[in-house]
Design a protein around this ligand. Structure first.
Ligand code: ADP
Ligand code: MG
Length: 401
């Protein structure tokens, strides 16, 4: 069921509570990646440009839930947001429900923005606590969920707050609308050929997505560490590569499912390996098929890169979740870059290309290819759950269009 968006609400003179996801990486008080803030701008501007009063709430990191902790303050986000909007953003207090926050909300004028402090300084946020939710709900005439990265969580600001606001407009923001459009709607009936590229650290993280997407996919390309659990399950020699021994049966099940559905499941046929799990210092060698004892696979090899790129090149829809190797270390980033390039080129030829997963999104940013993808998700866990076809209570309970 499509959801009402903020575009269909007249926010003039109204207090619009916008749940954003400003859970950005911060090092020494500096934001190292502001993408989640940038992606929230269209919704915030839509509210304030039409004379609404924007009250922004978010979490950041995993504080104890026992009050203010400087390390997890959203203050740097207020500064960055003010720069991006080109107007002041009020940041009134160290507690999102104290008198100072309430006063700042009360004093808001049309077109102004206030950002409240980290919701998770209160235990009630993670607990979905009704009393905590009622305090936040009291700020709002309109509720907007634009926190895609948190949509899979039943936190108070995501579920209990909109539940409390029955009778008032409760809508999605433009970011959540866009994420659903790509991660769910585009995959209901994907344009074919539909190619799914999976990689990253663990089979266990991706099993749900594999099982949901295999029936729709023409080809599934598997790389990254998870490929070694698949290869081990097929009886291949994987040396010291990362294998989840308790997931061999899951991998076998996925292999059998692919065979049953006649989906092409491609595993790496060559591997860039090292004797150490380290950027430098190990003896690096490329192996076809059997990996020598003492070596571990840290990237897909050149033949696999070519094969994957060719398959991606024929696709009309591509979903990619999980790097092909340890892309954080340049000697093992080549495979991930090759796949990212092939996907960018497919976009250029008219394919719909979707990147989900926090590390995959970071890789695409790092390679400067983000603008050449149809969509790069802002959600890690949330994007994966969407690829698993799971419903989100935080979205389902909002007003239908
Ligand atoms: P995403 O966040 O995109 O879903 P994951 O979190 O599942 O991706 O996995 C990303 C991590 O997997 C990266 O830190 C990367 O270094 C690691 N990785 C990829 N390939 C390998 C490999 N062959 N061996 C060990 N680690 C790997
Ligand atoms: Mg990750």
């Amino acid at each position: 069921m499509p959801k009402k968006t903020i575009a269909s609400v007249d926010p003039r003179g109204k207090r619009v509570l916008i749940r954003v996801d400003f859970n950005v990486p911060i090092e020494d008080g500096r934001i190292t990646d502001d993408r989640r803030i940038r992606e929230a701008i269209p919704t915030i501007k839509s509210v304030i440009d039409r004379g609404g009063r924007a009250i922004l709430v978010s979490h950041l990191g995993r504080p104890e839930g026992t009050g203010f902790e400087a390390e997890y303050s959203l203050k740097p986000c207020a500064g960055r947001l003010a720069e991006l909007l080109g107007k002041p953003v009020e940041f009134p207090s160290s507690d999102c429900t104290d008198a100072a926050s309430g006063a700042a909300v009360g004093a808001l004028k049309d077109g102004q923005v206030v950002l409240l402090e980290n919701l998770r300084f209160h235990k009630g946020e993670k607990k979905g606590d009704a009393a905590f939710a009622a305090k936040l709900a009291a700020y709002a005439d309109v509720y907007v969920n634009d926190a895609f990265g948190t949509c899979h969580r039943p936190d108070a600001s995501m579920v209990a707050v909109p539940k409390t606001l029955v009778g008032k407009p409760r809508v999605v923001g433009f970011l959540v609308e866009k994420e659903i459009k790509f991660l769910a709607d585009a995959l209901k009936k994907p344009a074919k050929p539909f190619v799914v590229v999976l990689g990253g650290a663990k089979v266990s993280d991706k099993m749900g997505a594999i099982e949901h997407l295999l029936p729709k996919a023409d080809a599934v390309l598997v790389g990254g560490a998870m490929a070694y659990t698949f290869l081990a399950a097929m009886g291949k020699k994987v040396g010291n590569s990362k294998v989840e021994t308790d997931k061999l049966a899951d991998a076998k099940r996925a292999i059998d499912l692919a065979a049953k559905l006649k989906a092409d499941l491609h595993l790496p046929t060559d591997h860039v390996c090292s004797t150490m799990f380290a950027e430098h210092g190990g003896d690096i060698e490329v192996f076809d098929e059997a990996i020598k004892d003492g070596y571990m696979g840290l990237d897909i090899g050149p033949k696999t890169q070519l094969k994957f790129a060719l398959t991606i090149g024929k696709a009309k829809t591509v979903v990619w979740n999980g790097p092909m190797g340890v892309f954080e270390w340049p000697p093992f980033a080549v495979g991930t870059r090759a796949v990212a390039n092939a996907i960018a080129e497919a976009t250029g030829k008219g394919a719909t290309t979707i990147v989900g997963g926090g590390d995959s999104a970071a890789a695409v940013e790092k390679f400067g290819l983000a603008a050449r993808m149809s969509h790069v998700s802002t959600g890690g866990g949330a994007s994966l759950e969407m690829l698993e076809g799971k419903p989100f209570e935080s979205v389902d309970l909002l007003d239908n269009a």
